[in-house]
Design a protein around this ligand. Structure first.
Ligand SMILES: [Zn+2]
Length: 495
């Protein structure tokens, strides 16, 4: 770790970890190594009013995202079913990859996120190495920890299944282009070679993970090669899994003996694996994920906006699966508010007989503080406030959160999950450095960069975009393809 100047924080309350104690007035000493050197009680008399009204919690983890500085709604990709939304992403103007990433990471840092899994969507598949370097720089500039999920995408470019059946649903002049789509994909060997080169971009806040984009988008041989590589070098693997009902139909048509069980046969399931979404799991899948200690990164806002369904958070937690949370670049209010996301998942998942009084909000905190973090940075004793832990910390305005509280001793966990929003975030530390203060990033001028990003995007759009009709035509063809059950052809359950 790069050395910092040691300092002391005094706060009225400390939530030491998801299931840890809530401490009263405390003094937290941060050492030169960016870790917590000591934590001790202090008399409230030594605290300023501001300090007394602050609650310190471990930094939040966004365990699945895509670095969308330019938000999808901004370039006309309307919220809809994932399968027709994907072609809409073609509307995205070409933008500087550093600018796109630095704005996305800056917004997350400002909102209390200190670690994020960045699943990279390439703007230009041939420029992946250049784009990865840009994200590495953005991570350094913002100062939070980024796991860069390196995309392995070598199958089913436009639909799950036969391209010829999609081509048949499009005008003659487009058919050759559709049939050629699979030819332009990076093959596994080339991708591994590029991945090796990208290791040069790693630094203390930027590490690479293998990212088979999803099993339906990655060749079985590539999935197996990634499983072998991860077992050999210990790197983490991150994949989308069974996000939509159509994906599940495709998966079970082709693997009727069990899709998650098939991934296990390939060697992919391990404690190094995180699967995003996993909305369409059955009971056996959940049991297997628990047994293999796989982390599931749940993305509730995204699943609502993309009509994917609702993840079985309660069932996952009851089965003992490690559950983390992600924004997926698709927060409900398009504001990257991780605190609100936690509330949404808590309330929406708390129903169910087995859960009795409801889902313990500390279970949600465990995902946001510990399990998500582990899936991004590994075991680093983070996600808690204790001597030796990395100083990834969020200082919240607890005075505002509890302003109307009637009883003398407000419960920080209930209030945190019950009503905290990004506007309550006062200061954010990552590896002992202040990365955001009162909504302002310290390493970058976020407002100026956002303005530049929007201006660049508008300029590009005005100059070059003419593809709206062809996107709509493709969406209609895709809709028709699935309606006819084409994704089931080739599997055992023919339509
Ligand atoms: Zn995603």
């Amino acid at each position: 770790m790069t050395e910092i100047t040691p300092f002391t924080l005094r706060v009225g309350r400390v939530l030491t970890s998801a299931f840890g104690d809530v401490l009263g007035p405390s003094e937290v000493r941060i050492g030169a190594d960016g870790r917590i050197a000591s934590l001790a009680p202090v008399s409230v008399d030594f605290l300023t009013a501001d300090e007394a009204g602050a609650l310190l919690i471990p930094g939040l983890a966004d365990a699945h995202d895509h670095g969308r500085g330019l938000r999808t709604l901004a370039f006309g990709a309307a919220d809809q079913s994932l399968e027709t939304w994907l072609p809409d992403l073609g509307r995205q103007p070409r933008i500087d990859p550093w600018l796109n990433a630095v704005v996305a990471l800056g917004r997350l840092a400002r909102n209390g996120v200190t670690a994020v899994n960045h699943c990279h969507n390439t703007q230009d598949g041939r420029a992946l190495l250049v784009e990865a370097e840009a994200v590495s720089r953005a991570a350094r500039d913002v100062g939070i920890s980024v796991a860069f999920a390196w995309p392995f995408f070598d199958r089913n470019p436009l639909v799950y299944g036969e391209l010829s059946l999609l081509a048949a649903r499009l005008p003659e002049e487009r058919r050759a282009g559709v049939l050629a789509a699979a030819g332009g994909m990076r093959d596994c060997a080339i991708n591994f070679a590029l991945f090796d080169q990208a290791k040069a971009f790693e630094h203390e806040g930027f590490t690479l993970q293998y990212h088979p984009v999803a099993p339906q988008w990655t060749m079985p041989e590539t999935l197996a090669a990634i499983a072998r590589a991860s077992a050999a070098d210990g790197r983490k693997v991150h994949t989308h899994l069974l996000e939509t009902e159509l994906q599940r139909e495709w998966a079970y048509a082709h693997h009727p003996q069990g899709f998650v069980a098939w991934l296990d046969e390939l060697g992919l399931l391990s404690d190094r694996l995180t699967v995003a979404h996993a909305v369409w799991l059955d009971v056996e899948d959940i049991a297997l994920l628990a047994e293999r200690r796989v982390t599931v990164s749940v993305n509730v806002s995204s699943n609502m906006r993309l009509r994917s369904g609702f993840p079985q958070v309660g069932a996952l937690l009851e089965a003992g699966v490690r559950v983390a949370f992600g924004l997926d670049g698709m927060a409900l209010d398009d504001d990257e508010d991780m605190l609100r996301e936690l509330r949404l998942v808590w309330h929406a998942s708390a129903r169910g007989k087995a859960l009795g009084k409801g889902l313990d909000p500390r279970m949600i905190l465990k995902g946001a503080l510990e399990d998500g973090r582990r899936s991004i940075v590994g075991e680093d004793s983070g996600g808690r406030i204790a001597p030796g832990a990395p100083a990834d910390l969020v200082l919240l305005d607890f005075a505002a959160l509890s302003a109307d509280y009637v009883m003398p001793d407000p419960d920080p966990v209930r209030l945190l999950l019950g009503r905290a929003q990004s506007r309550h975030v006062r200061r954010v530390f990552a590896r002992g450095r202040i990365v955001a203060e009162k909504g302002i990033c310290t390493g970058i001028d976020l407002a100026a960069l956002e303005a530049r990003l929007i201006e660049e995007a508008r300029r590009y759009h005005a100059m070059s975009f003419s593809g709206a009709d062809s996107i709509t035509e493709m969406q209609d063809a895709i809709q028709n393809y699935y309606k006819c059950g084409c994704h089931l052809i080739g599997g055992v359950n023919r339509p």
